[in-house]
Design a binder for this molecule. Structure first.
Ligand code: KG4
Ligand code: ZN
Length: 334
């Protein structure tokens, strides 16, 4: 079969990213232009600034990708783009850009869901083996999903309130850590011990999770200690939070392994960049002899290569989008 080259565009949040991906498995070249330093000044992503910066930078990012890959758009088989979910203004920049390329160069357009991107990021490092359990842990998602085949999703558990990444980001804020919170909480946690007692978890007999109680416990400790004029041991508090937050994922995945006949597990989403989570997942899967896949660090957080990987099964099925494609901040994958 002829090789398939997909040019993928991802602008759902604060990264302007374009990549060329071969056969859904090999990233030929990728540029991820992050706006992190700009948004760090405001303590989080400012949507209006994000979309304006995407508009300013996206053509430059494309030029760089074509130059460095030594390819031209004529060599490309399809244009893929993240159309949902995410920040609407940011998504729209990518969608309009991809639609323009598709129209100008007469290339099929592929609409990719951002979370499918995180899942298929695993195909860039290993190969998805079905059936599998996908552990989706990001800024907006905390889901346990069984996949029997490509684009077949059965959710067996999810967070009942906040997403795990969101909790990391809120805890980072209350500990005066810079945006993005997750990696900074992890860095601080390394220097601490889990000495703080934090809120109870959802330890009932299903696969659902909860992060808002845990987040509130951290916030309450900080406020109470401040009011009493006590010093907070920030590294111990970060370590205590991280231990409980990640342990909840591990507990539910363990339960799934014991009850659901699972041989393959993949981890997806920004929180999969957590070295602590990676270590705990590896230990668990080793114990139960499960085949574990976690993307390379560069494919864990938002990037266009994962969108090219997720577009490939849709290309094979000839599931193309029309030029009427619109962005959506809310359309969910499952
Ligand atoms: O997948 P992602 O890039 O964006 C969404 O699609 O939501 O995930 C970003 C989330 C943020 O909440 C960030 O704090 C978290 O992933 N994150 C981490 C780590 N690196 C990123 N959380 C914990 N530990 C990390 N090392
Ligand atoms: Zn993401």
């Amino acid at each position: 079969m002829k090789d398939v080259y997909i040019l993928a565009v991802e602008t759902s949040c604060d990264e302007t990213s374009i990549a060329i991906v071969k056969n859904g498995k090999e990233c030929i070249y990728m540029n991820v232009l992050t706006q992190m330093d700009t948004h760090a000044n405001f303590g989080g992503v400012v949507p209006e600034i994000a979309s304006r910066m995407h508009t300013e930078n996206i053509t430059m990012v494309l030029d760089d990708v074509l130059t460095k890959s030594n390819m031209q758009i004529e060599d490309i088989d399809a244009i893929a783009v993240t159309y949902a979910p995410g920040l609407l203004g940011s998504l729209l920049v990518g969608v309009e850009f991809a639609k323009t390329l598709s129209y100008l160069y007469d290339k099929p357009l592929i609409a990719v869901n951002h979370i499918a991107g995180h899942i298929y990021a695993n195909n860039l490092t290993s190969t998805l083996k079905f059936p599998l359990l996908a552990v989706v842990v990001s800024g907006g998602h905390t889901d346990l999903v069984i996949m029997e085949k490509d684009y077949d999703f059965k959710v067996i558990g999810k967070t009942l309130d906040d997403a795990i990444g969101e909790a990391f980001d809120k805890v980072a804020r209350v500990l005066d850590l810079k945006y993005p919170g997750g990696p900074n909480v992890e860095k601080l946690a390394k220097e601490g011990k889990p000495s703080y007692k934090l809120g109870a978890l959802h330890n009932n007999d299903n696969y659902n999770m909860s992060y808002s109680g845990l987040k509130s416990s951290v916030i309450n400790i900080v406020h109470n200690e401040k009011q009493r004029g006590h010093e907070i041991n920030k590294s111990d508090l970060a370590c205590s939070f991280q231990t409980v937050a990640i342990n909840q994922i591990i507990t539910k995945v363990k339960r799934a392994i014991e009850n659901e006949n699972i041989q393959n597990i993949i981890v997806a989403g920004g929180v999969s960049a957590s070295k602590y989570l990676r270590g705990e997942m590896a230990t668990l899967c080793q114990k139960y002899n499960i085949n574990l896949s976690i993307p390379d660090f560069k494919y864990c957080t938002d990037n266009a290569a994962m969108i090219g990987a997720a577009a490939y099964p849709l290309y094979l099925k000839q599931e193309f989008a029309s030029l009427a494609l619109n962005a959506s901040s809310t359309i969910e994958l499952f």
